[in-house]
Write a protein that binds this ligand. Structure first.
Ligand code: XMP
Length: 346
């Protein structure tokens, strides 16, 4: 029973305006279905790309994963995905990406292992923005080097989704996403951009991903920042600290999943502080790192509250991390809201 003025329907982006209204105000997706979206998109991608070569910077995040699989369905081996493993990923993440995209979907995937390169650049650097900048610039270099090795590529796949288009106010311009929620692809790179998810909301992207056969644990993932653990290890980043953090983070995330809490919070992770404190293990005094559990609930990531996780759950995670992770002997829970605190610590 909703009627729109014909001018709305016929204006530029009229379809999107209507879909946006139906979705946000009425809570419905109209006659949109994942099946029809996938079929139409594959047809459209085939027409646009033809037999040209396409490159995709795969991060393992939801948007780039769904975009890559969709494009792969349309053009197969003419798509090459580059996955830059900077050594600042979560436990098993790199192997997981390989297993899913290369083994399950049989896609051309180049995993570039450059842990030493990134850690070398980060040696001695403690200032958050400097770390971010180094990681971002190095990421671009690695990506460019790999892309040059591949010869001429015509298109670049971007996992831009509708909220990104609205947020950055670009309208129809095929601009590369540059705000901080996306890995740093160079602004001046000479590709035509393909953005197959441009008109979708996040939960539509997830529905499409599920329909395409991407595993649930990948589809329901919390966001993960481009600089990765580099901004969750406060102060200087070292391999030793990254390994400690990976173990602790893995326990927290696994326990959230076991307790059916993972999907009830928006983003959860562990932060490693450059602070050591005294503890006691058996008869021995210890002097180890302090870690922080951070879990936030938010709609848009612009404002957030800390998750009211049950005490019993926090106790279990704390016991496990302190007993099982060598290098951490004290754990705290972050009860700061955003603003004034941010979700990440750096
Ligand atoms: P903050 O910490 O600003 O985070 O409250 C809001 C959301 O943005 C993510 N975030 C980043 N994502 N590169 C990214 O790709 C970054 O440098 C970056 N910094 C923050 C953060 O994880 C949260 O989801």
């Amino acid at each position: 029973g909703v009627q729109f003025h014909p001018e709305v329907e016929h204006c530029q982006d009229g379809d999107k305006v209507l879909r946006n209204f139906l979705y946000n105000v009425c809570g419905v997706s109209g006659d949109w279905t994942t099946d029809s979206f996938i079929a139409d998109k594959i047809k459209e991608l085939k027409e646009i790309i033809g037999d040209k070569k396409v490159l995709c910077a795969l991060s393992g995040g939801v948007d780039s994963s769904v975009a890559a699989v969709l494009v792969h369905k349309a053009i197969g081996d003419n798509l090459t995905c580059v996955f830059v493993d900077h050594g600042l990923l979560r436990k098993n993440e790199g192997n997981d990406v390989e297993r899913i995209f290369r083994d399950k979907f049989d896609m051309n995937l180049i995993r570039v292992n450059c842990e030493d390169r990134f850690l070398g650049k980060l040696k001695g650097v403690t200032e958050p923005e400097a770390k971010r900048k180094i990681i971002g610039e190095e990421f671009i270099r690695v990506f460019e080097e790999e892309s040059n090795k591949l010869g001429k590529m015509d298109f670049l796949v971007q996992g831009t989704i509708y909220p990104d288009v609205v947020e950055s106010g670009h309208g129809e311009a095929a601009t590369i996403k540059s705000h901080h929620n996306v890995g740093g692809i160079p602004e001046d790179i000479e590709f035509q951009i393909v953005e197959p998810l441009r008109e979708l909301f996040k939960d539509e992207v997830r529905a499409v991903g599920r329909e395409l056969g991407i595993p649930d644990h990948m589809i329901d993932r919390h966001p993960f920042p481009g600089p990765g653990l580099g901004i969750r290890i406060l102060g200087e980043v070292t391999k030793e600290k990254a390994d400690i953090l990976r173990e602790a983070d893995n326990i927290f995330i696994k326990e959230l999943r076991n307790a059916d809490l993972y999907n009830k919070v928006s983003q959860a992770f562990v932060v490693l502080l450059p602070v050591k404190s005294v503890g006691v293990m058996g008869d021995v005094r210890t002097y180890e790192y302090t870690a922080v559990l951070r879990s936030a609930n938010t709609i848009d990531f612009m404002t957030a509250t800390w998750s009211r996780l049950p005490y019993e759950f926090l106790e279990k995670v704390s016991n496990r991390i302190i007993n099982e992770v060598k290098g951490i002997n004290r754990l705290t829970y972050d009860i700061s809201s955003k603003p004034p605190a941010t979700i990440e610590w750096e």
